[in-house]
Design a protein. Structure first.
Ligand SMILES: [Zn+2]
Ligand SMILES: [Zn+2]
Ligand SMILES: [Zn+2]
Length: 370
C-alpha cells in the first residue's frame, strides 16, 4: 500500500493517514477528561466497578480508569473494594485509596509463607501505591525476614515501594522517591523559553568520549523560580549526558553543583561508537519550544502514553519502575523529570528519565522504550 503524506488536521504535523495525529488525539482526550463534571466522574467510576464486578477484569474501561486517575486524581476506594472482591490486583493504582479492611487483608496475605510468588508481587505493588506507616513497617519486616515467595521474585520489597513513590535505605530509614508536586512542560514562544526555569536539551559543545555525539544538558532546572521551590535546590542544576548512547546504557550519571556546573560520568563499558543523532539531531533537540507550565497538575498527570515531558510527580515507566541507587551513598535516588523523546526529536522513541541524589549532588539519566 502506498503511504501518502498528509497533515494532521489539528496541528499540521506530517502523518500517513487521514485525520489527526496521535498526540493531538491524546490532548483532546485529556481536555475532555479535565472538563468532566463530578457527576460524570462518579458515573464513570460506577462503570469501572461494574466491569470489575461482572467480569473480574479491568479491560474495556482500563483506559478510562488510567485517565481519570492521572488527570483527575479520583478517589479509588470503591474500585479497590470491587477489585479486591474479585482477586484483581492489576493495575496496582486501583488500590491508591483502598479501604482499611482491604489493606489489612492484603497485608495478612503477603505476610504468609505459602502465598504464591506472583500474587505476592502484585500485592507488594498495590500496597506500595497505598503506602502509609503500616505498609512501610511490613515491607521492612518482609525484607528482614523474607517469606518463601521471595525466592521467585527478582527484587526486594524496597524496589516495589518505589512504585508508590517511596522506599527506604539499608538502615531502614524511610525515603521519598518522588517529589510531591508536578509541572508539565508545555509549548511556548522563543521569548518564553528564554525565561523558562526548566529547559530541555541545551547544547554544551562538548563531545561524548564514547560515540562522538555532542553532549547536552538533557534538562536544566533553575531552582530559584518559586514554582520549583518543591525541589529544594537554591540554584541552577543541569543534567548532562550523551543523548546518543544513553539509549544503550543502563543509566548514566552526572555530578553537578548548584552553580550550573556539571560533569557527565561515563562508565568503563564504552562499547558505543556510532553517533546516530548527529549535528542535525542535536540541533533539532536544542530548538524545541518547551517551557515549564504555569500551574501544577495532579502527580500522575504525565504517567501515561503521550504524557509528555514533566518535572516532579510520577513518571510513565515504559518498562519497570527504575529508581537507581546513588553511586556514592547507595541510597535510592529520587525521580525528578521525564522527557518524551518524540516531542523533541522526530523518530526517537521512548522516554528519558532524570533522577537525583541531592545529598551527593548526583543525577542519573535513563532511557526506556518498548
Ligand atoms: Zn496533531
Ligand atoms: Zn555518546
Ligand atoms: Zn547519594
Amino acid at each position: 500500500m502506498e503511504r501518502i503524506l498528509r497533515k494532521c488536521k489539528q496541528c499540521g504535523r506530517d502523518i500517513y493517514f487521514e485525520g489527526i495525529c496521535v498526540s493531538c488525539r491524546a490532548e483532546n482526550e485529556r481536555n475532555r477528561i479535565l472538563a468532566l463534571p463530578q457527576e460524570e466522574i462518579d458515573s464513570a467510576v460506577g462503570r469501572i466497578c461494574d466491569e470489575i464486578e461482572n467480569t473480574g477484569e479491568l479491560d474495556k474501561e482500563r483506559d478510562l480508569f488510567g485517565k481519570l486517575l492521572n488527570y483527575r486524581d479520583i478517589n479509588t476506594s470503591k474500585i479497590a473494594r470491587a477489585a479486591f472482591q474479585k482477586d484483581l490486583f492489576y493495575p496496582c493504582e486501583m488500590y491508591k485509596d483502598a479501604p482499611e479492611d482491604v489493606v489489612k487483608a492484603m497485608l495478612e496475605t503477603v505476610k504468609r509463607d505459602d502465598t504464591d510468588s506472583f500474587l505476592a508481587s502484585r500485592l507488594l505493588s498495590c500496597l506500595a501505591v497505598y503506602g502509609g506507616e503500616e505498609v512501610f513497617q511490613t515491607f521492612l519486616e518482609l525484607e528482614a525476614h523474607p517469606r518463601k515467595w521471595r525466592e521467585k521474585l527478582y527484587v526486594n520489597p524496597s524496589s516495589y515501594a518505589a512504585i508508590g513513590g517511596w522506599s527506604y535505605d539499608s538502615g531502614g530509614k524511610f525515603l521519598k522517591t518522588n517529589f510531591d508536586r508536578c509541572y508539565p512542560m508545555v509549548k511556548g514562544t522563543p521569548e518564553e523559553k528564554k525565561r523558562s526555569p526548566v529547559k530541555i536539551g541545551a547544547r554544551t559543545g562538548e563531545k561524548c568520549p564514547r560515540c562522538g555525539c555532542e553532549i547536552v544538558n538533557l534538562m536544566e532546572f533553575d531552582g530559584r523560580d518559586p514554582r520549583l521551590d518543591f525541589l529544594g535546590i537554591g540554584g541552577v542544576i543541569k543534567a548532562k549526558c550523551c543523548p546518543n548512547c544513553m539509549e544503550y546504557m543502563n543509566g548514566d550519571f552526572c555530578r553537578y553543583t548548584v552553580d550550573g556546573e556539571s560533569e557527565a560520568v561515563f562508565g568503563r563499558d564504552s562499547f558505543m561508537t556510532e553517533d546516530y543523532i548527529g549535528e542535525e539531531g542535536i540541533e533539532e533537540l536544542a530548538c524545541n519550544s518547551y517551557i515549564l507550565g504555569e500551574n501544577p497538575v495532579p502527580l500522575r498527570y504525565a504517567a501515561d502514553w503521550e504524557g509528555g515531558s514533566s518535572v516532579g510527580g510520577f513518571a510513565f515507566w515504559i518498562q519497570d519502575c527504575a529508581i537507581k541507587n546513588c553511586p556514592d551513598c547507595g541510597k535510592p535516588m529520587k525521580y525528578l523529570a521525564q522527557i518524551q523523546w518524540d516531542t523533541v526529536m522526530d523518530g526517537m522513541e521512548g522516554n528519558a528519565y532524570i533522577e537525583i541524589c541531592k545529598d551527593c549532588q548526583v543525577m542519573a539519566v535513563l532511557h526506556q522504550q518498548t
